[in-house]
Design a protein around this ligand. Structure first.
Ligand code: SAH
Ligand code: SF4
Ligand code: F3S
Length: 453
């Protein structure tokens, strides 16, 4: 078979990163190898994100730019996958006639077949979204990607998708529309995948879902039909021999159980880190967002988490300028920031998304006000993150090495902090070392290697 080169550019969340791996693996069985850039590629895939308008615009402008490439190389195939593909479907083919293939979020496993189909019969859009989607089981092969092609591919740290879709319908969010109804994978399939990865050298696994706390709630995930929760899955995955670190993302506070919080106390390799998106610090805004918890309930969860695991590093997501957000509502968000003192946060200006309820809400907030609020929030968060980072100075931490190719060693703590050390010993990515934290910066820590961990 003639070997062809594909190049894949991934936008958006970790779920898309994992989906890109799946497409890469699937394409490798159709005679494709992964290339490092657009220039030498016979197939270009944009795996897209639609979470905010800006994300979608980025994709559209890159697609427009690719028109030239197609003109210069008529055999070039251009494919749009992911959430924008799902949302726009055939409209992409109309607007961008140089696109050959639109692959929706549930069709990524068929990308090879769909490409053949488009070669025979012209441009295709496969965007079926099945409510009872049975997530295919494709065991990962660590060698399926060109390690040089993308810096995000590190075989010692891998993502494992445990569920697809979301049923929460937060009023601002496009995900339930682009990823469909919530379906959980069978627990045995997940364990098989983790086993295969760890056997291949993976040391750290992150379990992925839009709302991992509701794993196993919408469909049966155990072979014997017994109830099986996310905490059950965490316990089982944590026992895979050779797995050093376990993480998960993302959690909706409304489904966070005491059983799950206790896992931080009882599971040794579960990292002391929790991403718990709050979105807003005002009850009336939370209600309009359909988040189904109050500020008080959120603060109680934070107290409980810290009770079970005092050193847990908490991060969050925040939206400013949701429709109708008053100055007082925004002060509520600032107050919450003071109360929780998050280790870090991701904050965004509210953005209208197609098909969402908030898109038609009145009292949209002015862009300049949104920008002011975002700047104020981020400036305060930066101060808090810096203060939090300084708390680590003088402490001894076990870190996992990520990069040891230069004079310094880049590594990560359990709490997800990056630590840079002078290279006093040789180490490989995935090795664990003990370090003393010597300095704190705004975005990372510095340390000194004391001995192999
Ligand atoms: N499933 C995750 C969120 C995934 S989207 C959860 O429920 O926590 C990641 C983040 O993008 C969200 O937490 C939210 O803060 C932000 N986001 C989602 N839709 C948005 C919109 N329309 N405008 C601005 N930010 C948005
Ligand atoms: Fe979107 Fe809400 Fe689902 Fe998260 S829980 S993906 S914010 S609808
Ligand atoms: Fe973006 Fe889709 Fe992920 S909208 S954040 S790529 S689920």
């Amino acid at each position: 078979m003639e070997q062809k080169v594909f190049f894949i550019k991934t936008f958006g969340c970790q779920m898309n990163e994992r989906d890109s791996e799946i497409m890469a693996q699937s394409l490798s069985t159709y005679g494709y190898v992964e290339g490092m850039d657009i220039a030498g590629a016979d197939l270009i895939i944009l795996n897209t994100c639609s979470i905010r308008a800006k994300a979608e615009q980025k994709v559209m402008s890159m697609l427009g730019y690719l028109r030239k490439n197609k003109k210069n190389k008529p055999d070039l195939k251009i494919c749009v996958a992911g959430c924008v593909a799902q949302q726009e479907g055939k409209r992409i083919l109309k607007k961008m006639p140089h696109v050959d293939l639109v692959v929706g979020t549930q069709n990524i496993y068929n990308i090879g077949e769909l490409l053949l189909e488009s070669s025979k019969n012209g441009p295709q859009a496969a965007i079926g979204l099945d409510d009872k989607y049975d997530i295919p089981n494709l065991l990962p092969t660590l060698s399926s990607r060109n390690q040089d092609a993308t810096i995000s591919i590190q075989p010692f740290r891998k993502f494992v998708t445990i569920m697809q879709g979301c049923n929460n319908y937060c009023t601002y969010c496009v995900v339930p529309h682009t990823r469909g109804r919530e379906v959980s994978r069978k627990s045995n399939d997940i364990i098989d995948e983790v086993n295969a990865l760890v056997k291949g050298g993976t040391k750290e696994i992150t379990l992925l879902g839009q709302n991992v706390n509701s794993y196993g709630k919408t469909n049966s995930v155990s072979d014997n039909g017994n109830s099986y929760s996310f905490s059950d899955l965490l316990r089982e995955v944590s026992e895979v021999k050779g797995l050093k670190r376990l993480r998960f993302t993302t959690s909706n506070p409304k489904d966070l159980t005491d059983d799950l919080m206790r896992c931080f106390q009882n599971i040794d390799n579960l990292c002391h880190q929790f991403h718990l998106p709050v979105q807003a610090g005002s009850d009336s805004v939370l209600k309009k967002m359909n988040r189904k918890y109050t500020v008080r309930q959120y603060l109680n969860l934070v107290d409980n988490l810290r009770h079970y695991c005092p050193e847990i590093a908490l991060t969050t997501d925040v939206i400013v300028g949701f429709p109708g957000e008053s100055p007082e509502d925004f002060e509520g968000t600032m107050n919450l920031l003071e109360k929780v003192q998050f280790h870090g946060s991701f904050s965004f200006k509210y953005s209208d998304r197609p098909g969402t309820r908030a898109g038609s809400f009145e009292e949209k907030i002015d862009e300049t006000i949104k920008s002011e609020r975002l700047a104020r929030f981020q400036a305060r968060q930066d101060e808090i993150s810096f203060k939090r980072n300084r708390e680590y100075v003088g402490k001894i931490k076990t870190v996992m090495v990520e990069d040891c190719s230069n004079d310094s060693v880049k590594s990560r703590t359990e709490t997800n902090h990056i630590v840079h050390c002078a290279k006093t010993i040789d180490a490989r990515p995935g090795d664990c070392l003990d370090v003393t934290i010597t300095r704190a910066g705004q975005h990372s820590l510095q340390g000194k290697i004391i001995n192999p961990g």
